[in-house]
Design a protein around this ligand. Structure first.
Ligand code: THU
Length: 124
């Protein structure tokens, strides 16, 4: 878990966030042990922005992964980076029981299930 959080923290370096100035990093662990990182990528047309969590998921899904054990998210040492509602729903599609790891540093991790963050999520 610590390793996954550290990968998320390090990924922040590549965030593209000239508008908010907030650098978010995510690292998702697939069922078979692969790790994909992602960052937030903002856009001049603000609504076209993609969050770090979905960037990581999109990378993993497009490489063929469908089941995930955990995702770690970090926006640095000041604020806890909780996934937004769109990201919660996006991840729920694939692995409602996965863990969501946050916290201000890797020594003080906060671990929740996705189902705790999105109770009774939508699924066809
Ligand atoms: N952001 C994420 O990357 N993940 C979230 O779950 C919440 C928000 C990003 C989007 C935007 O670039 C910045 O944080 C401020 O909203």
């Amino acid at each position: 878990m610590k390793e996954l959080y550290e990968a998320a923290y390090a990924a922040r370096e590549n965030a593209y966030s000239p508008f908010s100035g907030i650098k978010v990093g995510a690292a998702v662990l697939t069922e078979d042990g692969n790790v994909y990182t992602g960052v937030n990528i903002e856009n001049s047309s603000y609504g076209a922005t993609i969050c770090a969590e979905r960037t990581a998921f999109v990378k993993a899904i497009s490489e063929g992964h469908r089941k995930f054990k955990a995702i770690a998210v970090s926006s640095g040492n000041v604020n806890e980076a909780l996934p937004c509602g769109i990201c919660r729903q996006f991840m729920y599609e694939f692995s409602p029981d996965m863990l969501v790891i946050t916290g201000l540093d890797s020594e003080h991790l906060i671990v929740r299930t996705l189902e705790e963050l999105l109770p009774k999520g939508f699924k066809l």
